[in-house]
Design a protein around this ligand. Structure first.
Ligand code: HPA
Length: 272
């Protein structure tokens, strides 16, 4: 079975279990899965019950799709994503976003845990992604193009919608939660960066670094889906502070900001 047909089959499986097609899909990053508990009248579908859906085995990444109502909108929350560093190809990594696009979602909110490169940031900050630099060494659109998804050479001038970034700022202001802005560099991982790599990333204009999001943003834009990206700066990047990086710090910071983060997502959804 071809990739498009697999995506379609998964989308049909989701469709058969939900009442209304969601207008927004929110992909929840490491330690940021709490929002999936927010929707009312929710249907929760474990990933393993969906055909062709890849599983992630990273600690702190649950694997379920929740569809329900938030502030008058039907939304899909995806708790858990799979990553290239697990050995997946990027078309596998972007499968969930593809399914959302084929299901009829118009907006995708991509969230992640990221290291802060910009020394003006502090751990716990929330950053609206203005743009990305894809240094993962791969692209989810490699291979024959399927025109049912989108064009061969999609434009990437405005990957992260100006309209949605403005809405995010307005939501942050309403919550008295000032949001940082910056460029997200996506690397393959899973090792964290070296201090030299972080200096290099700073030089080329990156403010935050992580191991996800860019591929999903590319796949979403390929389908004409509008994208908002929000990074939780869970730690300062390698070499910024005089101690080593640890996944536990990432999870702890994500836990510390979770209430703010959930409130921000709700406030954004209410303004869409
Ligand atoms: N680097 C890469 N990915 C990350 C980091 C980091 O410092 N923190 C959370 N995800």
């Amino acid at each position: 079975m071809g990739y498009y047909d697999q995506v379609k089959e998964a989308a049909e499986a989701v469709r058969s279990q939900i009442k209304d097609v969601p207008s927004v899909a929110i992909v929840l990053g490491s330690g940021l899965g709490d929002f999936a508990g927010t929707p009312a009248d929710a249907v929760s579908i474990p990933y393993e019950q969906l055909p062709h859906w890849p599983a992630s085995r990273v600690v702190g990444h649950e694997g379920r799709l929740v569809v329900g109502r938030v502030k008058g909108h039907t939304i899909a929350a995806l708790a858990g994503r799979c990553h290239a560093y697990e050995g997946h190809e990027l078309r596998t990594v972007t499968f969930a976003v593809r399914v959302m696009g084929v299901l009829g979602v118009k907006t995708v909110v991509l969230t992640n845990a990221a290291g802060g490169i910009n020394t003006g940031f502090a751990s716990g900050a929330l950053m609206v992604i203005d743009d990305h630099i894809n240094l993962s060494g791969a692209n989810p659109l490699v291979g024959p193009n399927d025109d049912r998804f989108g064009p061969r050479f999609p434009d990437m001038t405005d990957v992260y919608s100006v309209r949605l970034r403005t809405i995010a700022d307005q939501a942050g202001a309403a919550l008295k939660l000032p949001l940082a802005h910056g460029v997200y560099a996506a690397l393959m991982g899973p090792s964290y960066e070296t201090p030299a790599e972080i200096r290099y990333l700073r030089t080329i204009g990156a403010d935050a670094v992580g191991m996800s999001t860019a591929a999903e943003a590319i796949a979403a834009r390929h389908m004409g889906v509008e994208v908002l990206g929000i990074s939780c700066i869970t730690n300062m990047a390698a070499g910024v502070l005089p101690y080593p990086l640890d996944h536990r710090e990432v999870m702890e910071t994500a836990r510390r900001v979770r209430d703010r983060f959930v409130a921000l997502l709700e406030e954004i959804v209410g303004r869409l």
